[in-house]
Design a protein. Structure first.
Lengths: 154, 164
């Protein structure tokens, strides 16, 4: 894996990003747009399951569009994230905060796809819905905080 | 007092000095500022998409606004307070920064757009509240809102790369 990161850092793409502060800034800015769409969608979907937003609407009516927003945001953030990661792959990959961010990203996406959407689809108890909303919210907010921490403490 | 002098004064206030010189003040403020985006623009987008007739068209537009409003306004409050504190710390750097100016212009446009929507377009909401396809004026309000807030986010992030 370490050899792959060394190779990634040496690619023309990584060098282009490393050599241009404006390109890094532009990628980071678009990464933040993706973050806004992702976390906004996640917030709406999980607050709904918690009964704090649109409690009178069927969960699927909220989860379905919110999931599309999350998917769009994640696509934007992942594409720009790879480009931002490439020039600093060897350092970032061993950074504890970055590792935590990636772990939370995988956990949040898996939880949303495998648990959240199923709970929203099937008529389960309100405690099940609330529990799912709470776990989802902790994962997505944790991911957002890890993202902030990585930017600031790197 | 010119705007530049005002910014110099702001930077010299105890608040400006604290933000600039404290080891943790800056990162904590930026973190809150970014989390504020999630609450504010992150939720506002859903109302804008409803106005555009793109998402959650089964929910009345007025209800959508009422339900999202508390989260949205909490986020905007966090964003404005932390944004003002960050500005105080680096006011003179921000003054000449082109992205800061773009950000301010976009925020003024967002305010004018919101005012126009609430004062004029929303007056006739009874005619289209339930409709999955709101009128052109409402769609325009949604489109302008998304565009200007995305501009605010992009310009804000670019400031970090061009100011210091």
């Amino acid at each position: 894996m370490a050899a792959f990161f060394v190779w990634l850092e040496g690619t023309r793409m990584a060098i282009a990003v490393r050599d241009s502060l404006m390109l890094t800034g532009a990628l980071s800015a678009v990464h933040l747009v993706g973050f806004t769409l992702t976390t906004g969608g996640a917030l709406v979907a999980n607050l709904n399951l918690l009964g704090l937003l649109f409690p009178d609407r069927p969960p699927l009516e909220v989860t379905r569009p919110a999931s599309r927003g999350i998917a769009l945001g994640l696509t934007i953030s992942a594409l720009t994230g790879v480009l931002l990661f490439a020039p600093r792959a060897t350092v970032a990959s061993v950074n504890g905060i970055f590792q935590m961010k990636m772990l939370l990203l995988v956990a949040a996406v898996l939880f949303h796809s495998l648990v959240h959407q199923r709970v929203a689809r099937t008529a389960t108890s309100s405690s099940m819905r609330r529990g799912t909303g709470a776990v989802g919210l902790v994962l997505w907010v944790g991911l957002a905080l890890a993202g902030c921490a990585y930017i600031l403490l790197e | 007092m010119t705007l530049h002098q005002l910014f110099e004064w702001l930077e010299a206030t105890p608040l400006g000095v604290m933000v600039r010189e404290s080891a943790w003040g800056f990162p904590i403020l930026v973190a809150f500022h970014i989390m504020g985006i999630m609450l504010s623009v992150g939720t506002l987008v859903w109302f804008d998409l409803r106005l555009l007739g793109v998402s959650m068209t089964g929910v009345r537009a007025s209800l959508m606004y009422r339900r999202l409003m508390p989260w949205m306004f909490t986020g905007f409050a966090v964003m404005f307070i932390t944004g003002f504190m960050l500005l105080a710390g680096f006011a003179t750097n921000a003054y000449g920064n082109v992205y800061f100016r773009i950000k301010i212009i976009a925020m003024v446009l967002a305010a004018v757009n919101a005012l126009f929507y609430h004062r004029l377009t929303e007056r006739r909401i009874v005619h289209w509240d339930d409709s999955p396809g709101p009128p052109t004026a409402a769609r325009m309000a949604g489109l302008v809102s998304i565009s200007v807030w995305m501009t605010v986010i992009v310009a804000g992030r670019m400031m970090s790369y061009t100011m210091f």
